[in-house]
Design a binder for this molecule. Structure first.
Ligand code: COS
Length: 397
């Protein structure tokens, strides 16, 4: 059973209000979101009634500063909130986290005061946002994007296609990365970030992609054909900052994916535990058998390690530390661990684990993407190693 953890309150909501919010969320997840999972999967999206409740509870505004109508949570509180939410179907995290974890964090860190005042209250009020970095020809190699933002009159014109864009079918706001220079520039300064209204003429959304798991979370192409946008859509008001802005959002997004994998991992382990105590073989519950216990114990140890890494990386980010390397390490470890836990959950279920009728099969499919999106495990390895080597070169032995 997922407990609410004590989290640092520095610079965020006061500790008592956060604890009350987290306890309310923990109950809501169990009593409302988990029972509604079947409906979300069948509908293929989070129903409007639940979206309304999430808005009502302020979940779209958890990290928005108080001056713009939000709760002003710090990174630790945000990450703990995502972990608690992720005890239920991943579609709930997807719809909240792209808004607040990626778009809101990019605007809060890098937006001009006017951009913050215009967009943050909209996100806080529940307008859904999407994050446009990946393209048909560039995923891990994000800086090789082909989408262009060409100066035109007082603004820009966007052309290109973004792919696998979570929330695109419902998004009203888009953070779109595009080239403002045809030639690649050092430090990827050919990339700029733009914050736009998704109903701008020239934008079309492809049909939702069919995928392996995470039913209820939708991804689709965003196709931009001569999309006119004003000059003040340029995030931070300066060209060339888009790659940095995207990478900073990804540091936050990677902690959110790690929180997703850790929260869902706890749900998966609880399900395996329940099944092991209910299912009988050789005249007794299979939980009595030591080889089943080994799978449960390995999963518990890995989840505990995940929870500790997540809490530590988030606390460091809350304290203002640059967590690039730790966010990558946390994303890598927690998502790989979640995959192993889901695999063991299937194994504990035996033949039933292979049937769609049991949740184990769905968990196995749902968590596979954690190791891929917002940076694959292999990209996490590169980020960790590059930064270790750089630090070593700077400090010597
Ligand atoms: N925060 C702030 N700035 C950052 C940053 C971060 N986390 N990471 C990079 N930058 C900036 C820095 O200015 C950096 O220059 P320095 O390293 O000299 O400071 C510059 O960007 C270039 O960074 P880097 O050299 O690491 O860029 P590369 O072109 O080598 O690309 C990878 C690095 C492959 C790690 C990057 O493209 C990446 O993370 N790819 C995965 C993309 C991804 O996660 N896609 C999923 C999409 S969202 S579902």
């Amino acid at each position: 059973m997922l407990e609410v953890n004590a989290v640092p309150s520095d610079g965020g909501m006061d500790a008592e209000s956060y604890a009350a919010f987290a306890e309310q969320l923990r109950r809501y997840v169990r009593e409302r979101l988990v029972p509604a999972e079947k409906e979300v999967q069948e509908l293929g999206r989070v129903p409007d009634a639940i979206l309304g409740e999430l808005r009502e509870m302020g979940l779209f505004a958890i990290t928005t500063p108080e001056e713009f109508g939000g709760a002003g949570m710090n990174v630790s509180q945000y990450v703990e909130t995502v972990r608690l939410l992720s005890y239920a179907l991943p579609a709930y995290r997807s719809i909240i986290s792209i808004n607040i974890g990626m778009v809101c964090s990019a605007l809060s860190k890098s937006g001009t005061p006017e951009q913050r005042a215009h967009w943050l209250p909209r996100i806080a009020a529940g307008d859904i946002a999407c994050f446009g970095l990946t393209e048909p020809g560039s995923g891990s190699d994000a800086a090789a994007m082909q989408t262009t933002a060409t100066r035109s009159g007082n603004g820009y014109v966007l052309n290109g296609t973004k792919r696998y864009i979570t929330n695109a079918p419902f998004a009203r706001i888009g953070l779109i990365m595009a080239r403002t220079s045809k030639e690649p520039l050092p430090k990827n300064a050919h990339v700029s970030a733009f914050i736009i209204d998704m109903d701008t003429p020239g934008i079309t959304i492809g049909p939702p992609d069919r995928k392996m798991g995470q039913a209820g979370s939708q991804i689709a192409d965003v196709i931009m054909d001569d999309v006119p946008i004003p000059a003040d859509a340029l995030v931070g008001g300066e060209e060339g900052k888009g790659f940095q802005i995207a990478m900073q959002s990804l540091d936050n997004g990677r902690l959110s994916v790690a929180a997703g994998a850790t929260g869902y991992g706890r749900r998966i382990l609880d399900t395996a535990l329940r099944y092991a105590t209910e299912r009988k073989a050789f005249g007794e519950p299979i939980a009595n058998f030591q080889l089943i216990q080994a799978m449960l114990a390995d999963s518990e140890a890995e989840l505990y390690a995940s929870e500790c890494m997540l809490a530590d990386a988030a606390a460091r980010a809350t304290a203002g530390e640059d967590v690039l390397r730790k966010a990558a390490a946390t994303k890598m470890f927690t998502t790989e661990a979640c995959g192993r836990i889901a695999d063991r959950c299937v194994q504990v279920h035996g033949g039933a684990g292979y049937l769609a009728e049991y949740e184990a099969e769905r968990f196995f499919r749902d968590c596979r993407i954690y190791r891929i999106y917002e940076g694959t495990t292999q990209i996490m390895q590169l980020v960790i190693a590059k930064n270790m080597l750089r630090e070593f070169a700077a400090r010597g032995i």
